[in-house]
Design a protein around this ligand. Sequence first.
Ligand code: ZN
Length: 176
Amino acid sequence: MATFPIRVFGDPVLRQETEEITDVDGAVAKLAKDMIDTMYAAPGVGLAANQVGVERRMFVYDVGDGPGVVINPRLVESSGEWTYEEGCLSVPDLSWPIVRPRQVRLVGVGLDGEQLDVEADELLARCFQHEVDHLDGVLLIERLDPARRKEALRVLRQRALGDPAGAAAAAAGLLG
Ligand code: ZN
């Protein structure tokens, strides 16, 4: 089993838009396997390639139904609204109730090179949206309303300065 260190808030790779994968080859399969190991070890329910420093458009996930891999994912439809307590492996120990669409349709490519077209709702839909955001260089903090975002950045700044009291928070409902 091989795991990667997970990049955390402040690392510029998390703000980078990732590049499409043109060849689904053995190197991509190896990367997917190591990312799944990293996700389980964390533990989390999703992990995007740039969270382990690889600027490629791919994520892995497991919301309880076994692991999946999506290469070159795109969200093509969304509907409804759902509030869910959301955290991020790259923003450790913090979580917020975040409103996003309840249902999404995701297209991409599987490890076998076949086209994927998945309709998801609630937790799986939330996971897909969170991971696609990562691959676009977007962190969940940007999904907060301005007041919460300001407070989140204050806590993260205090944490960077080594003030643990400023960083106390509840465990997250979703980590990806
Ligand atoms: Zn995340």
